[in-house]
Each structure stands twice: as C-alpha cells, then as structure tokens.
Design a protein around this ligand. Structure first.
Ligand SMILES: Nc1ncnc2c1ncn2[C@@H]1O[C@H](COP(=O)(O)OP(=O)(O)OP(=O)(O)O)[C@@H](O)[C@H]1O
Ligand SMILES: [Mg+2]
Length: 258
C-alpha cells in the first residue's frame, strides 16, 4: 500500500552551515509521483534523509497517512551500490523479505527488463542495467514510499531517457508514492504528477506544478515545453545557473536489454 506523506513546517539546520531546509510544507497524495528540483545545496538530499528517518533531528512533522509512524521507505541513489561479488538475483535475494521471494524477484526482473541477466555479476552490466537492478531492489519489499536521489544523473542522455521511460512503466505497474530528486527538468516532466521547485538554501517551495498530461508522455508535447519554461523561470529566480539536460544524442551506450 502506498502512503500519503505530510511534511509540515519542516526545518533543518546544521550547526556548521545554519538553516539548510524549510520552513517546508508539502502534502503528497498516495501513489503520486513527485519530482523535486532546486539548486545544488538547497537541501533536497537532506529532505530525503529526513523522510526515510536517517536524520530525526529536525523541526516540524513528517507524517505517513496522517500519522507519526514508521513507514516502509526505500531509497535509490546515483550509484547503484550493488555488491560486486553477487549476481543480480543474489543482490535482490539479500534484501528481499517477502514470503514468495523468488517469484517477487522474477516479477521485478521482468518489470525492469532484466530477466535474462539474473545470473550476471554487476561488472557484466552497463550503467543503465545496474541502475535498473537498483530500482528493482528499491521495490523488492513493496515499500509504501520510494525515494530516488538523482538515480540517472551518471548515465548518458539516451540511456537516461530509456530509464525514465522504464520508471514511468514501473510506476504504472506498481503505483508507489515516489519522490524523485533530479536536476533534469525533462526527467521531472516526463515522469511526474507534480514538480516541486525549491529555493536556494534554505530550500523552500517556490513553485508547485501539477502535470495533467497522460503517461507515457511525448517529450516534444507542447504542454510539457510550456511547463519547462515555467520551471526554468522558477529556477532562474532562485539560481542564475539553472542546470538543464543536454539535447539527447542519437547513440546509446546501453546494451539492448529493454
Ligand atoms: N551531515 C551534514 N553536516 C553538515 N552539513 C550538511 C550535512 N549534510 C548536508 N549538509 C549541508 O546542507 C546543505 C544541503 O545539502 P544537500 O545534500 O541536502 O543538498 P542538495 O540539494 O541535495 O544538493 P545537490 O543538488 O548538490 O545534491 C549543504 O550546504 C550541505 O553542505
Ligand atoms: Mg543531493
């Protein structure tokens, strides 16, 4: 079951740097896909750490389904962080806690397009394939919330687009409440129900845009291009050097696994 997340008057400071986040208020509906954009250092990763409970030293409340309770929250990062001596399947087995473990893993490998690679070692995978395993691992225990911290930022533009499409497919098949932190505006536009733009440190919401375009989305859709301009303007007001995605090249570095 996907959880709703309520972030109420959340503020976070570090003694060395002072306030880095907030005051922040966000209500996230269950099963929605929300992207968070904002300048480097505005507290995006910090926000994810607060949500997953790695850091509880903050002001304000973070509630799941309206309650101050622990929720099952998974997280994936820029690096896949797979154990290099274990196969793809064994990496998933290590964390999988479901009763029908092998069936769960088979289903997820199918979902991320890696069924044929279940016996491969991480070194035999491309960056995009390894990141697919990382997504599968984040979903293996059917979390209520999935947090993704720039999961595709180390990949080339073409692979990144494929992974974004895979992420949309995964979310449609398993509508988990998802928070995606990214610097890639196009990634946010193609995947999300909603895009939240944070101000420079301390991160506060400067723009909150619903994207009512059905998925899968055409990246050249005029509505998305219009929203991109709005996001760029919002980022421009908080940071003069808004990072944007380079235009996709025609070549792909990822072996045909999808
Ligand atoms: N454990 C910590 N101790 C002290 N300061 C920290 C700590 N973690 C983060 N910070 C500071 O908090 C601020 C926000 O960091 P955070 O990593 O959340 O930014 P971010 O928005 O994720 O940036 P980026 O886009 O570069 O990943 C930064 O100034 C950082 O130096
Ligand atoms: Mg970060």
């Amino acid at each position: 079951m996907s959880a709703a997340i309520s972030i109420r008057d959340v503020r976070k400071s570090f003694p060395e740097v002072g306030p880095v986040l907030g005051p922040l208020d966000l209500e996230i509906e269950p099963a929605t896909f929300v992207s968070v954009l904002g300048p480097s250092g505005c507290g995006k990763s910090t926000l994810l750490r607060l949500i997953i409970g790695l850091d509880t030293d903050h002001a304000g409340e973070i509630l799941f389904d309206g309650e101050a309770r622990d929720a099952s929250v998974s997280m994936a990062f820029q690096e896949p962080r797979l154990l290099p001596w274990r196969s793809v399947r064994a990496n998933l087995q290590l964390v999988c806690e479901t009763a029908d473990r092998e069936q769960t893993i088979d289903g997820l490998l199918e979902l991320v397009g890696l069924h044929e690679f279940h016996d491969a070692l991480p070194k035999q995978l491309s960056g995009g394939m390894a990141q697919r395993v990382s997504l599968a691992r984040a979903l293996v225990n059917e979390p209520e919330v999935m947090l993704l911290d720039e999961p595709f930022s180390a990949l080339d533009a073409m692979t990144r687009m494929r992974l974004q499409d895979a992420l949309v497919h995964i979310h449609q098949a398993r509508p988990t409440t998802t928070l995606l932190v990214t610097h890639d505006i196009d990634e946010a536009l193609v995947t999300s129900d909603r895009v939240v733009v944070l101000a420079d440190r301390p991160g506060r919401v400067v723009e909150d845009i619903a994207i009512a375009v059905p998925r899968p989305r055409d990246r050249t859709d005029a509505r998305l291009i219009e929203l991109k301009a709005r996001i760029l303007r919002a980022l421009g007001t908080v940071d003069g050097t808004a990072e944007t995605t380079p235009a996709p090249s025609s070549a792909s570095a990822e072996p045909a696994a999808a």
